[in-house]
Design a protein around this ligand. Sequence first.
Ligand code: KG4
Ligand code: ZN
Length: 338
Amino acid sequence: SQENFILAIESSCDDTSAAVLCNDKVLSNVVATQHIHEQYGGVVPELASRAHQQNIVPVVHQALAKANIDKKHLSAIAFTRGPGLMGSLLVGTSFAKSLALGLGIPLIEVNHMQAHILAHFIKDENQTSPSFPFLAMTLSGGHTQIVQVNANFDMEILGQTLDDAVGEAFDKSAKLLGLPYPGGPLIDKYAQEGNPKAFPFPKPKVDGLNFSFSGLKTSILYFVQKKVRENPRFIEENLNDICASIQFTILEILMDKLKLAVKQTGIKQITIGGGVAANSGIRARLKEAENSLGWKTYTPKFEYCTDNAAMIGIVGYLKFLEKDFAAQNIAAKARYTL
Ligand code: KG4
Ligand code: ZN
């Protein structure tokens, strides 16, 4: 069968990434994470855009070198068109457009949220792919969605967050505890040593399959303020239990909605993606649901969960097969729904 080499570029938020795929196999997947934002406790759009400009050329060079591919052998260039930060998207979009024009090869636009879901179709000995239809839960610092996936490019959003994304809920809670950004992985770490039932936090009442996380953040804030007034050392003395309780509440919210989605659709195949899919608690809960509820769950390799260009590349390959190419005058799209 024919070998098609796709160069993929991702620059929607604060990771500059380039990957080379040969059909559905990843030859290289280089990610430059921007650490500059840590000192600000969140992504600063203007700084992200400038860092992308600095990183993009070396990152693409590295991806080509690791794949051992000369750019004249590329079949097409795929890039993230949106959703994301406009200044960040512009860097990848302009770069992809110029390179495709220079090389005289097709340009393929990719929706970042679709890519988080289709990352499950990367061929890798360490991951198995779901079959259609399946439910996909995308959990990241920017998004929280439950999507019904009927075919590669036939997806329907069943529910999404009305305010903060789940990753933001983790990061903002961590910030209230004085933990550095991004605090999600730290909450996960401390939670493993704590009692999840130590401090019960209320779950929001949201109809249907939508989510809300801003109320949780507020109740954690009031709880912590009150406890610290009584005992200034409350946080350090109870960090594991507080983290376990916060994580438990977030996971309950996610699992409740997932159960409802399964009930409504009758679909028991579930995939997760996005940075929060790295959480050890959610992974354990899904494993448990395989046994107790008969679900079949799929979690991609960690490097395909967080923002990366390999996932943009697999969508690029699937669109390449359909000759679904973009015009040279295509523009980045900060708001871009599935
Ligand atoms: O997908 P991602 O790398 O970037 C986007 O936001 O698109 O996701 C980053 C988010 C952050 O909020 C981070 O705190 C969270 O994923 N995260 C985690 C864990 N690892 C990363 N949250 C909870 N537990 C983790 N182990
Ligand atoms: Zn993402």
